[in-house]
Design a protein around this ligand. Structure first.
Ligand code: F6P
Length: 462
């Protein structure tokens, strides 16, 4: 059987140090089925970039990981990936920092990864590269002579052409994408933005069968909305009553209703806007004072990047302000937790929340939205308040869709969620649960891999 080679910045090495999230589990399953390699950064920083990857064999899967030097980590990961591409791909031009050193570091690490992976490859491997950190890697592999099928999936949004044009070197990014045989996006919106760039800027073509011709190559660009492992989440939620943290939450809540938010601490998640909308609710719908709390779980991430430090300070101030203004003896309106929880604990939290606030300013998909839906008690489900700018909004039409920039509008939606009649809640939930089941994680993986396996071997044109 043909092997699968997965490449991603982070690798879920089964060494006990990495917690396996849903995506990791899905990729591991594909690797277990076909045998193969998972290649990427070890998550460690060392004095110098090592000359060969560390190899760990686990049954049919080889985990091959590289440490990054301090400089590579600063320029590639903190720098270009997270201070340039991340804000631009999330439509935040004002937060983007562009400098040549970081750009060069990004290309250097992509070249290094390609050179380190190359000797491990077999002639008939299928290669699947993930996310914005590694866009140029495929082109580097092609340069080394790799003719195997190569696919790329972008987990973040792909920005509208006018935004992307502000990135110096945007043509290199677009050209690199075209080195793959299949490029996958989360939503039609992202695919449309890519098509716009190809036709209007790169003077390429989108053929009637959906194939893209540009930069001397022909490739397939398609939408593959990522999903969750529905049954695992349903099961975890149903069996969460025994979990200590879930019991503690229930004890504390008593008659108080709970709104939950769970996000990585990132400016793209719209957390400041969310806190303000919750404050707006307490201000303008005083009937909820003392009766509802928002529990926002936000584990810090990318803490070396200055923009992330700023958002953290800002949120602490906002949370303090809201609690100072509205708290009463025995009731805290906003619980803001900078910690992370296991997936089964979160499933229990979701099941005990009457509403979930997912209000990113821009998000590739947002799997918390899908996990919240899957965790609900079908007889008494909670309500999802979802930003129209999350990829998940394209599938979860029955959520209360909001514009996260509209503070009063979000407050109004929270009020509607908390007041919603049982029948409407059930109707909306059934609709969303159908959508969640329709685009499961297995389906995402299988449809991408089947598109990749149908792609012809790459041939450079003209
Ligand atoms: O959303 C893009 C993404 O790469 C996710 O796949 C991942 O969960 C998240 O960002 C994690 O970011 P980091 O690796 O920087 O902690």
């Amino acid at each position: 059987m043909k092997r699968l080679v997965v490449v991603s910045n982070r690798v879920a090495v089964p060494d006990g140090t990495t917690r396996a999230g849903g995506l990791a589990v899905a990729l591991q399953e594909a690797l277990q089925q076909n045998g193969g390699i998972w290649f990427g950064w070890s998550g460690k920083i060392s004095a110098q970039t090592p000359s060969a990857p560390q190899i760990l064999e686990e049954g049919p899967v080889t985990f091959a990981t590289l440490d990054l030097s301090r400089r590579d980590h600063a320029e590639y990961y903190n720098g270009y990936a997270n201070r340039t591409l991340w804000p631009i791909f999330h439509y935040r031009l004002g937060l983007a920092d562009f400098n040549r050193e970081n750009y060069t570091g990004y290309l250097r690490v992509n070249t290094l990864f390609a050179h380190q992976l190359f000797p491990l490859l077999r002639e008939d491997d299928d290669i699947w590269v993930h996310d914005y950190h590694l866009i140029p890697m495929g082109e580097e592999l092609r340069r080394l002579g790799v003719r195997q099928r190569m696919g790329f999936f972008l987990h973040t949004p792909f920005p509208a052409m006018e935004i992307l044009l502000a990135l110096p070197g945007h043509d290199r990014i677009a050209r690199s994408l075209c080195a793959y045989d299949v490029v996958g996006f989360q939503t039609e919106n992202d695919l449309r933005a890519f098509h716009d760039y190809i036709t209007l800027e790169a003077r390429g073509e989108v053929l009637s069968n959906g194939m893209v011709q540009a930069f001397g190559r022909t490739l397939k660009a398609e939408v593959f909305p990522i999903g969750i492992d529905v049954d695992i989440i349903v099961d975890a939620a149903e069996n969460s009553d025994e979990i200590e943290d879930v019991q503690a939450l229930k004890r504390r809540l008593r008659d108080c209703r709970l709104i939950i938010g769970v996000d990585r601490l990132d400016y793209s998640k719209g957390l400041a806007e969310r806190f303000k909308a919750f404050g707006n609710l307490l201000e303008h719908y005083p009937q909820w004072r003392g009766k509802v709390s928002l529990m926002q779980i936000a584990p810090p991430s990318r803490s070396d990047v200055p923009e992330y430090l700023r958002i953290r300070r800002n949120l602490e101030a906002l949370a303090g302000h809201i609690n100072g203004r509205f708290a009463q003896v025995g009731w805290t309106p906003l619980h803001y937790l900078n910690s992370s929880f296991e997936r089964n604990v979160l499933a229990g939290f979701y099941r005990n929340s009457q509403a979930c606030l997912i209000t990113p300013l821009r998000d590739g998909m947002n799997l918390v939205a899908k996990e919240y839906v899957a965790s609900q008690n079908p007889d008494d489900p909670g309500v999802l308040v979802l930003s129209r700018f999350a990829g998940a909004a394209r599938e979860l039409h029955a959520a209360l869709l909001v514009n996260p920039y509209d503070e009063a509008g979000v407050a109004e939606a929270i009020n509607a969620a908390l007041s919603m009649h049982h029948d409407e809640r059930r109707e909306r939930w059934s609709d969303m649960m159908r959508a969640v089941r329709n685009s499961s994680l297995d389906r995402w993986r299988e449809s991408f891999l089947s598109a990749l396996r149908q792609a012809p071997y790459s041939v450079e044109e003209g």
